[in-house]
Design a protein around this ligand. Structure first.
Ligand code: 3H9
Length: 554
């Protein structure tokens, strides 16, 4: 399976021949985003297939961890570079030879739209498919709102497009989005599949299919029922409704008109503040996981077994995080009654989640089976990570860390769930302060995504800012940045979205402040200065940025 045909060395797209099948491969790490060079390469590869009489079918696949994970989000807002993704997808669909998408990893957004442009789709069982554009304040803008309902049916398309959730290859097979699941090596099997379908004509084009739209036409109330059922979930967001309207257009208009509706609405959303806020948040969330001073070469310590001290609300919630991830937990309490009460609540919480259909009864038993409740402190000795979740009293914490230091194996991480006590003071009672860290889980710990990691002497005061108004919140955010308590403005926004329910379509208070204009915030605060009393003081960073016309986040 070789003979690479010459392509510019810099192109992320390469082609090779296997018999009469042209294999088109993308290599654009980390996620094979469909940037300009990839789009150009794909069109060139299809032209190559068309012009070579020896080529009878085409397979499109990706190297690395995933099939195309979507359009390149970093290109949004920059001058467009041709060809546009819709043109690429049309070019693939209009190829006179069958094109097979060979999917592994995640086929997302524009990636799934490329796959829908192909005449056939095969995937490995671990593959996932989705159109997550709604999470970026957008809609699938390369024909996806028109092709997806034609292939997967309107109800599935509505669900996928408005929630952005991925579906498994098995589910995709069930709804007709995948033609075959491949056990074993993907590319050789995809080539064999291409040979099987090589001579079938006419080529099945997603844009020409109508049978699933006809089903929806028989049920005209479908869209309003969907809106009604999801009204609360979508409230405040613009993108879900735009997605619904495009899918409605797929049902009521011919493909050629539906794609115009899609393009118009895509451009409207793209130019709006919500899409900018949600894209900003996508990158902020990823940045928040990167810690300054921790190099790429630092390997995380392996956590095979976790100890939790305290079976109260926090201790139980923290334990559930690990149990749900399949990591065994030893939970310690001082007396049997407290231990039984704590583990009983954990079971109840799991069973309530099972009753809502979010986990199976089997998963509940699996998770609870990994829990080892104990009254024996020494049992914690061989844990890789021990989290203390007892009262917020320095003396109690110091006592626990002194005892842990005596029994726990070297190299284990000793963590305190404190929200405000000084980590350095706790660490100082041990002989290994380098292994002591603050892990502040937000409550309920088994539900909230937010985890504040406190290194060294950085005890955060972010609770204070909750009670103030938006302008003072921004002023406080700027102070937190000034004092080095947060690394970046975007980290403060991530805390607000995940910890305190700030609407993601507004990006977070710091992004919002930039949208408002920092001078306006300063002027507003000056107007209130008298009323706010002597505790109030301006952040120098805020004043300075406002004066220079700068922003926090961009
Ligand atoms: C779209 O397709 C619009 C079209 O319908 C219409 C167009 C006309 N672009 O998440 P990770 C980066 S909209 C650019 O840590 P994981 C990411 O920032 C798109 N960059 O990995 C990170 O960079 P860094 C619809 C992207 O394994 C690195 O890749 N698609 C993109 O945990 C690794 O990412 C989506 O919304 C992108 N599209 O998860 C999918 N995606 O290393 C968005 C990722 O510098 N992506 N990066 O921090 C994802 O959901 C996850 O990244 C994925 C991998 C599941 C793929």
């Amino acid at each position: 399976m070789t003979d690479v045909i010459d392509k510019p060395a810099t192109s992320p797209i390469s082609t090779s021949r296997h018999g009469d099948v042209l294999i088109v491969k993308s290599n654009n790490p980390p996620v094979n985003a469909l940037g300009a060079a990839v789009r150009q390469g794909l069109v060139a590869a299809i032209e190559e297939a068309e012009s070579d009489e020896g080529v009878k079918a085409v397979v499109i696949a990706c190297e690395g961890q995933t099939f195309f994970a979507g359009a390149d989000i970093t290109e949004f807002g920059k001058p467009p570079v041709m060809p546009w993704l819709p043109t690429v997808v049309d070019t693939i669909e209009n190829c006179s030879k069958p094109v097979v998408a060979a999917i592994h990893g995640t086929a997302l957004g524009g990636g799934l739209e490329v796959a829908l442009g192909c005449h056939y789709r095969v995937a490995v069982p671990s593959a996932k498919l989705g159109v997550p554009e709604v999470k970026l304040g957008l809609l699938p803008g390369a024909g996806g709102t028109q092709r997806l309902p034609r292939v997967a049916g309107v109800p599935k398309a509505l669900e996928m497009a408005t929630t952005g959730k991925m579906i498994t290859a098995k589910e995709a097979c069930g709804v007709g989005l995948i033609d075959r699941q491949i056990e074993g090596d993907l590319i050789p099997h995809a080539v064999a599949y291409a040979e099987e379908v090589r001579d079938i004509r006419p080529l099945p084009k997603s844009s020409e299919r109508d049978e699933k739209l006809a089903e929806a036409r028989d049920n005209p109330g479908l869209f309003d029922e969907f809106r009604k059922a999801n009204g609360r979930k979508f409230r405040g967001f613009e993108a879900p409704e735009a997605n619904i309207q495009c899918i409605e257009a797929a049902v009521s208009k011919p493909f050629s008109e539906g794609v115009i509706v899609e393009r118009t609405k895509f451009m409207e959303l793209l130019g709006g503040t919500q899409a900018k806020a949600q894209q900003y948040f996508f990158f902020s969330e990823r940045k928040a996981a990167k810690i300054e001073g921790v190099g790429e070469d630092v390997k995380p310590r392996e956590i095979k077994k976790v100890g939790v001290i305290g079976a109260g609300t926090m201790g139980g919630g923290i334990s559930m995080n690990f149990l749900s991830a399949g990591i065994p937990v030893t939970i310690y309490e001082m007396n049997q009654e407290a231990l039984d009460r704590g583990t009983g609540i954990m079971r109840k919480n799991y069973e309530a989640t099972a009753a809502k259909g979010r986990v199976t009864a089997e998963q509940v038993e699996q998770a609870m089976g990994l829990l080892n409740p104990t009254l024996d402190f020494e049992v914690l000795a061989d844990c890789d990570l021990i989290i203390e979740a007892v009262f917020e009293q320095m003396e109690i914490k110091k006592d626990i860390f002194t005892r842990l230091d005596q029994i726990v194996k070297q190299g284990a991480i000793l963590a305190s769930n404190t929200s405000y006590l000084n980590i350095d003071e706790i660490a100082a009672v041990t002989s290994r302060p380098q292994d002591v860290v603050g892990l502040h889980f937000f409550s309920p710990a088994n539900v909230m995504k937010l985890l504040e990691v406190v290194r060294g002497a950085k005890t955060a005061g972010d609770v204070e800012i909750v009670q103030r108004t938006l302008y003072t919140m921004v002023n406080e955010g700027a102070k937190i940045l000034e004092e080095g308590m947060a690394q970046r403005a975007s980290d403060i926004d991530v805390v607000w979205v995940y910890g305190y329910g700030w609407p993601v379509y507004r990006g977070g208070p710091m992004f919002w402040a930039d949208t408002e204009g920092l001078q306006k915030i300063v002027d507003g605060l000056r107007a209130q200065e008298q009323r706010m009393g002597s505790d109030f003081s301006f952040s120098h960073m805020l004043l300075d940025k406002a004066e220079k016309g700068e922003k926090f986040t961009r």
